[in-house]
Ligand binder design. Structure first.
Ligand code: PMP
Ligand code: GLN
Length: 380
């Protein structure tokens, strides 16, 4: 294994889903819905498959999907992007993030990440030959120290990666926080990469795209995931919106990473991005109900619940139940209790900061949430 990839091990999602399968546990760990996305999108995929849309497509995405993405960005966030020159389709947000870093970073550049971070970020920074600079978000509110952020910007800083709503904390960055980030990006002439895959899952406050703040559109790569928004994570469709000169760079990388991704699924997702407002309202309302069910149930078991403002994950402090090591707890849980969850310290460079926290996913049907919560009662 190349030195730049050493130390990352196996992703925590594979490890915990492996334990869940081995022990027949209810999987509240890895974040994927256990229900199907909307039928109108699935039918469109079947139609695309049977009507011959089965070969490579344009590297930047089929024209109709690029248009639908640009329309979606305008409809929800009042941001204008040219579908031909500023929108790109990838094999999921995961590829978009890596392609962006690979396209924009020189070897030795620094990239600022907030920790806890989504687990692909550090590996993508390393594969791009760049160095990470970490800024810590600490429970219970996952705020950051403005001075630590300020100090993270150096002459070598190329980009800052901001994920809001934030996985794994459920935090939604406030306007004040985003304004500080924007101000520092402008001052230091730094690019922003925003991971907005949970843009439609905000329960408290509002989602504010960093690209919408003054002077930011021209220096921001906005990334999101149709897999998340339309509950077809296995289709792997993600996108970026970025100004044309940056988009040219992103496409240079993307063409050599995957060239393009599943053509029939791109045809189907046109209908997703163009879904009526009612779809997005219902999506959020259903997730709010799932969040409330899970959080109430976890509190009833005795955890201290850090109710998330967004995403489909909730954090709990395990100390009230007599545990203080999240890995020990999560490795015990599938076999002894029949439930799987994710240890939050997996998303921190220094385990200490997250060792008392465990992440639970609520992108699951009511029956599965009820069964998981019933099993967790054994912890009382
Ligand atoms: N970013 C975040 C914050 C995520 O949680 C995920 C997946 N859960 C991704 C990116 C990856 O998205 P995709 O499946 O589209 O690659
Ligand atoms: N993003 C999902 C999560 O946070 C998992 C995606 C994956 O398994 N790579 O649980």
């Amino acid at each position: 294994l190349a030195s730049r990839l050493q130390g990352f091990g196996t992703t925590i999602f594979a490890e915990m889903t492996g334990l869940a399968i081995e022990h027949g546990a209810v999987n509240l760990g890895q974040g994927f819905p256990d229900f199907e996305g909307p039928d109108f999108i699935k039918q469109a995929a079947i139609e695309a498959l049977s009507s011959g849309h089965n070969q490579y497509c344009r590297t930047q995405g089929i024209p109709e999907l690029n248009r639908a993405i640009a329309e979606h960005q305008q409809r929800f966030w009042a941001l204008d992007y040219d579908p031909d020159t500023e929108v790109t389709v990838y094999a999921g947000a995961t590829e978009a993030i890596y392609a962006t870093l690979a396209a924009l970073c020189e070897v030795g550049d620094e990239v600022i990440l907030f920790e806890p971070y989504y687990d692909s970020y550090r590996a993508s920074v390393a594969m791009a030959g760049a160095h990470e600079k970490l800024v810590t978000l600490r429970g219970p509110d996952f705020s950051f120290d403005p001075e630590q952020l300020r100090a993270a910007f150096t002459p070598k800083t190329r980009a800052i990666l901001v994920n809001t709503p934030h996985n794994p904390s459920g935090k939604v960055y406030s306007r004040v926080e985003l304004e500080l980030i924007a101000q520092l990006c402008r001052e230091h002439d730094v690019l922003a990469i925003t991971d907005e895959v949970y843009e439609h899952l905000v329960f408290e406050g509002e989602h504010i795209p960093l690209a919408g703040l003054p002077g930011m559109r021209e220096r921001t790569v906005v990334i999101s995931s149709a897999g998340k928004t339309f509950s077809f994570t296995g289709w792997k469709i993600g996108h970026s919106c970025a100004p044309a000169p940056i988009t040219r760079a992103l496409r240079s990388a993307h063409q050599f990473i995957t060239f393009c991704n599943g053509t029939p699924f791109q045809h189907a997702m046109v209908h997703g991005y163009r879904a009526p407002d009612a779809y997005f309202e219902q999506f959020e309302a259903e997730y709010r109900a799932r969040r409330d069910k899970l959080c109430e149930g976890l509190a009833d078991v005795g955890f201290e619940v850090l109710t998330p403002a967004g995403t489909y994950f909730a954090q709990t402090d395990i100390r009230p139940l007599g545990w203080d090591d999240d890995f020990e707890f999560c490795r015990m849980l599938p076999e002894k209790i029949g439930v799987a969850a994710i240890p939050t310290s997996a998303f921190y460079s220094q385990r200490e900061a997250g060792k008392h926290l465990v992440r639970w996913a609520f992108c699951k049907t009511d029956a599965v949430l009820d069964e998981g919560l019933a099993r967790l009662q054994k912890l009382r």
